[in-house]
Design a protein around this ligand. Structure first.
Ligand code: SF4
Ligand code: SF4
Length: 294
């Protein structure tokens, strides 16, 4: 969809997202270091397809080796006048699409809209590499880089065939250490828990995080306001949780739940341990069902 925007949407800017989407994950960092040429080659194809005025490559400023490597490649591959590398502060959730667009361009994606509504396409470095592989090597997406981290003996980034069971990745990294009882696919903020080691790696599996989780009981909201102060989208997360608990999904919509990027920062900051993102996801899902049934 991102490469075939509607005809009435002119794309003036492409941002290649080299920022990790969450803490713990280093897969994109590895892709930039190991496959920099392929990433830039894929980006040049994206540029040809979309003909934007500007192409930016966003990389967190703590990935100095990746910045240096891609800067050298941009020059040696003849893209000096076409691609501009933008180092960004390494602060979660820098890598979220809407945050990235706001930080680099100062533009705001409209509520319920997409980046292409404001003339922007954001692509991940892994996608750029996959485009290169498909076009120049005739290779479909059959593998991806996965960060295996947390309570494993030897955390690593692995190049993994899609469909490989999680068990194989964890065994390859020396097995589980300590009393870990939870596997999260994705990062600690937005990832989804899995308890089945036979579950396969998919194209969206950026990270396998093994950890020990101690169950905590949700408490009543104490109106401390922390969730509001940390929300990167300037929303009122506490209201989403309240409305969703009461089944007041329309009220969630009126409180701009569509602008929530599900970054999990609010839940992380909440002293009452309210799983705000889960409530948000439930509300969004209910609103989608209602919209589909209209
Ligand atoms: S998950 Fe919470 S902090 Fe993140 S955008 Fe949504 S409401 Fe805001
Ligand atoms: S951080 Fe938690 S306790 Fe504080 S206002 Fe938000 S939901 Fe309520």
């Amino acid at each position: 969809v991102k490469l075939v925007p509607p005809k009435d949407k002119k794309i003036d800017t492409v941002i290649l997202n080299g920022c990790e989407c969450e803490p713990y994950i280093t897969a994109d960092h590895r892709v930039m270091l190991e496959y920099g040429e392929k990433v830039l080659s894929g980006l040049s194809i994206i540029k040809k397809v979309l003909s934007p005025d500007d192409v930016y490559i966003a990389i967190e400023d703590n990935k100095e080796d990746a910045i240096d490597h891609l800067e050298e490649l941009v020059v040696s591959m003849g893209f000096k006048d076409e691609f501009k590398i933008i180092p960004l502060e390494s602060k979660y959730p820098t890598g979220a699409e809407k945050t990235l667009i706001g930080t680099i361009l100062g533009r705001e994606v409209p509520i319920g809209g997409l980046p292409l509504d404001i003339g922007v396409i954001v692509q991940n470095v892994g996608t750029a590499k996959a485009i290169h592989d498909a076009i120049f090597e005739g290779k479909p997406l059959i593998e991806r880089v996965v960060t295996v981290t947390g309570a494993v003996k030897n955390p690593k980034n692995l190049l993994v065939r899609l469909g490989t069971p999680l068990r194989s990745l964890i065994e390859y990294c020396g097995g589980i250490e300590g009393k870990a009882n939870e596997i999260i696919l994705g990062g600690p903020m937005m990832g989804i828990s899995h308890y089945d080691l036979g579950f396969p790696v998919t194209k969206g599996t950026s990270c396998v995080l093994v950890k020990e989780t101690i169950p905590v009981k949700e408490q009543e909201c104490i109106n401390c306001g922390r969730c509001l102060s940390v929300c990167p989208m300037n929303l009122m997360p506490t209201m989403f949780a309240r409305y969703a608990k009461a089944g007041r999904y329309d009220a969630c919509k009126e409180a701009y739940i569509d602008s929530c990027v599900e970054c999990g920062t609010c839940a992380y900051a909440c002293p009452a341990r309210i799983p705000i993102v889960q409530y948000t996801k439930v509300a969004k899902s209910e609103l989608s069902k209602r919209a589909a049934n209209k």
